[in-house]
Unconditional design. Structure first.
Length: 77
Protein backbone atom coordinates (compact mmCIF):
# COMPACT_ATOMS: atom_id res chain seq x y z
CA UNK A 1 0.00 0.00 0.00
CA UNK A 2 1.39 3.40 -1.01
CA UNK A 3 1.90 6.26 1.42
CA UNK A 4 0.45 9.73 1.06
CA UNK A 5 2.59 12.86 1.07
CA UNK A 6 0.93 13.82 4.35
CA UNK A 7 1.93 10.55 5.99
CA UNK A 8 5.54 10.96 4.87
CA UNK A 9 5.66 14.52 6.16
CA UNK A 10 4.10 13.52 9.48
CA UNK A 11 6.61 10.71 10.08
CA UNK A 12 9.57 12.95 9.28
CA UNK A 13 8.25 15.72 11.57
CA UNK A 14 7.70 13.20 14.38
CA UNK A 15 11.21 11.78 13.99
CA UNK A 16 12.91 15.16 13.51
CA UNK A 17 10.67 17.61 15.41
CA UNK A 18 12.47 20.82 14.40
CA UNK A 19 12.50 19.92 10.69
CA UNK A 20 10.96 21.95 7.92
CA UNK A 21 9.57 19.45 5.43
CA UNK A 22 8.24 19.80 1.90
CA UNK A 23 7.00 16.74 0.01
CA UNK A 24 6.31 16.60 -3.73
CA UNK A 25 4.50 13.79 -5.57
CA UNK A 26 6.76 13.56 -8.61
CA UNK A 27 4.49 11.52 -10.89
CA UNK A 28 1.06 11.97 -9.34
CA UNK A 29 0.93 8.23 -8.66
CA UNK A 30 1.47 8.23 -4.89
CA UNK A 31 4.61 6.12 -5.32
CA UNK A 32 7.36 8.55 -6.34
CA UNK A 33 8.09 11.45 -4.03
CA UNK A 34 10.73 14.10 -3.41
CA UNK A 35 11.37 15.27 0.14
CA UNK A 36 13.15 18.50 1.01
CA UNK A 37 14.10 18.45 4.68
CA UNK A 38 15.87 21.22 6.60
CA UNK A 39 16.79 20.84 10.26
CA UNK A 40 19.25 22.35 12.72
CA UNK A 41 19.82 18.74 13.84
CA UNK A 42 21.67 18.20 10.54
CA UNK A 43 24.37 20.75 11.41
CA UNK A 44 27.81 19.11 11.43
CA UNK A 45 26.49 15.86 9.97
CA UNK A 46 27.46 14.42 6.60
CA UNK A 47 24.83 14.12 3.89
CA UNK A 48 24.76 10.35 4.48
CA UNK A 49 24.11 10.88 8.20
CA UNK A 50 21.35 13.38 7.40
CA UNK A 51 19.68 10.89 5.06
CA UNK A 52 20.01 8.15 7.66
CA UNK A 53 18.14 10.37 10.14
CA UNK A 54 15.30 10.82 7.66
CA UNK A 55 15.17 7.09 6.87
CA UNK A 56 15.06 6.33 10.61
CA UNK A 57 12.14 8.75 10.95
CA UNK A 58 10.31 6.78 8.23
CA UNK A 59 10.37 3.75 10.54
CA UNK A 60 11.31 1.09 8.00
CA UNK A 61 8.70 2.07 5.41
CA UNK A 62 11.29 2.97 2.76
CA UNK A 63 11.28 0.27 0.08
CA UNK A 64 8.03 -1.17 1.40
CA UNK A 65 5.08 1.24 1.68
CA UNK A 66 7.25 3.99 0.24
CA UNK A 67 8.61 2.97 -3.15
CA UNK A 68 10.81 5.90 -4.27
CA UNK A 69 11.98 9.00 -2.41
CA UNK A 70 14.35 11.59 -3.85
CA UNK A 71 15.81 13.15 -0.74
CA UNK A 72 17.42 16.57 -0.29
CA UNK A 73 18.60 17.48 3.19
CA UNK A 74 20.37 20.51 4.57
CA UNK A 75 20.99 22.46 7.75
CA UNK A 76 19.61 26.01 7.76
CA UNK A 77 22.06 28.90 7.84
Amino acid sequence: MAMSAGEIEQLIRQGIPDAEVRIEDLRGDGDHYAAHVSSPAFKGKTRVQQHQMVYAALQGRMGDALHALALQTYAPD
